[in-house]
Design a protein around this ligand. Structure first.
Ligand SMILES: *[C@@H]1O[C@H](CO)[C@@H](O)[C@H](O)[C@H]1NC(C)=O
Ligand SMILES: *[C@@H]1O[C@H](CO)[C@@H](O)[C@H](O)[C@H]1NC(C)=O
Ligand SMILES: *[C@@H]1O[C@H](CO)[C@@H](O)[C@H](O)[C@H]1NC(C)=O
Length: 267
């Protein structure tokens, strides 16, 4: 064994065995595990396995040979023919564990991904005026090259490691106030002084060289009913009045009519 191949072997060992890429997702996320290869060669054979060696996907001669033969993912698996990267859509807790990649060709490229799946609320309900924070769960911002938030097909906030800048856009231009805040370390998004127009789906896209995560949060901002009754729907006072009418006044009227008729009969 030459020094060169020994070094290569050592690097492969470190990368493949102990240097697993830690991927932490929330149930329902979509995640792409990157091969790191920009384009597969014709003679490359790609193998993805899960857990104790269950075959997840294989590519040979740039064609997908098998995809989810064990039917574990029920149509939630995608594999990129060009790069070999694997995408798991709407991830479940059963999908957790180790994913092993082997690309065979002139050299052997091996990678391990340790995927952990947590359960966490992605539906948030707040009262108008309250603030709400959507958490990325990221503790070390260096792990993602880009953290991007989209709302109603518009980028609202972004951290871009390459350019090292934080952008915060606010849709509420007429008021000229910044209500979206981005935590520079975690990338979590805070909407302060929430309004009903903030209700909807917020899409989070976190990208690194090893993997990317796509997540959707549903935010519901509940409006507070005002005394001037501008919002549609009945004031609770009116509802109480109607209930009183139905329960007391109507039976009373019915009784009166009934007895009046009875008196007629007697006469
Ligand atoms: C994700 O999977 C769950 C079941 O695990 C299902 O109830 C839900 O509808 C799926 N969501 C999407 C967006 O497909
Ligand atoms: C996989 O990740 C989980 C969560 O970070 C960790 O507890 C576990 O030790 C990891 N496993 C290995 C073998 O690195
Ligand atoms: C997430 O961002 C990456 C990099 O900008 C992009 O390639 C990818 O298509 C995005 N994913 C989704 C689901 O938009």
């Amino acid at each position: 064994m030459t020094n060169h191949s020994l070094l290569l072997w050592l690097l492969l060992f470190l990368d493949g065995a102990s240097g697993a890429v830690e991927v932490s997702v929330i149930k329902g996320d979509s995640v792409t595990l990157q091969t790191g290869v920009s384009e597969l060669q014709n003679d490359n054979k790609v193998d993805w396995t899960h857990g104790d060696g269950t075959i997840v996907a294989e590519i040979e001669n740039k064609e997908i040979k098998t995809k989810d033969p064990a039917k574990l993912f029920k149509g939630r698996l995608e594999i990129d023919r060009k790069t070999g990267s694997l995408t798991i859509i709407n991830i479940t807790t059963e999908d957790k564990g180790f994913y092993k990649l082997d690309i065979r060709g002139k050299d052997l490229i091996s990678k391990n991904f340790n995927v952990t799946v947590r359960g966490s609320a992605k539906r948030v309900s707040v009262k108008e005026g309250e603030s709400v924070t959507l958490h990325t769960g990221v503790t070390d911002k260096q792990r993602y090259d880009q953290i991007l938030w989209r709302f109603k097909d518009q980028d609202i906030a972004e951290i871009n490691k390459g350019k090292n800048h934080v952008l915060v856009h606010d849709r509420n231009e007429e008021k000229n106030t910044i209500r979206f805040q981005l935590n520079e370390n975690s990338g979590s998004l805070t909407i302060s002084d929430s309004k009903s127009i903030d209700s909807g789906d917020y899409h989070l896209n976190m990208t690194s060289s090893t993997h990317s995560i796509w997540r959707t949060f549903s935010v519901n901002v509940k409006t507070i009913e005002k005394m001037d009754n501008q919002t549609p729907g009945l004031h609770p006072g009116y509802i109480a009045l109607i209930v009183v009418c139905v329960l007391i006044v109507l039976p009373l009227a019915a009784a009166v009519i009934y007895f009046c008729n009875k008196e007629h009969e007697i006469i």
